[in-house]
Design a protein around this ligand. Sequence first.
Ligand code: FPP
Length: 243
Amino acid sequence: MAPLNLPRHIAITMDGNGRWAAARAVARAAGHKAGLKPVRMCVEECTRLKIEALTLFAFSSENWGRPADEVGSLMNLFLEALDREVAELHEKGVRLRFIGERRSLSVRLQARIAAAEERTGGNRGLALQVAVSYGGRWDIVQAAQSLARECSSGSMRPEEISEPRFAARLSLAGLPDPDLHIRTGGEHRISNFLLWQLAYAELYFTERLWPDFAVADLNEALSFFASRERRFGQRPAAAGAAR
Ligand code: FPP
């Protein structure tokens, strides 16, 4: 059963892999690996429901501070996932992109990402963004640097910087802002995810740990979204016209 009023863009903070692993007395890496199953489920469901975009927070700027073996196992997981999943994503018409500070990734991972983006770049189905080495503040700073370079070269005046021009330099440029943000694992925080782009998103938090996140949980989040009245700072009757 699909709710009538679907989001155009879902962003997900996939939290709780470590606790899922600890509860089973297995390595944290096994928890991250188990997190691939709900990723596949969300891609399938979003494709089936014809949702335009899905953005997943897989590795934050701050996650570099985790122990080297955990960082290494996550980087290997991204490599393996790219090797194993890209053909199927391509078949499903998914356009895959990575957002984040790419130059901090290994050359091998950067090359696999570039190849996957090239291969799926012409697809018109679900736009799937995986945020790796991503931080919302980093995103805003790199957009500001890009605009500052244009201003100092003389091709733009500072007064010409507007919200749309700023948004066009951010990592999700060209996509509608996420209108639903889901965070698993029980924390009620944005944790430096899409700081600019989540300005008007509906925020849905669940205790469910990410590896356990199932279709029924996604449907619950979609029902929550469908029940919200979205006003964008205006009065009810005017809100629809504002979009
Ligand atoms: C947070 O859980 C989760 C991560 C840091 C990694 C998320 C990555 C995946 C689910 C793999 C997805 C892969 C692709 C290719 C999209 P945590 O370790 O902070 O959990 P805890 O709060 O219970 O310790």
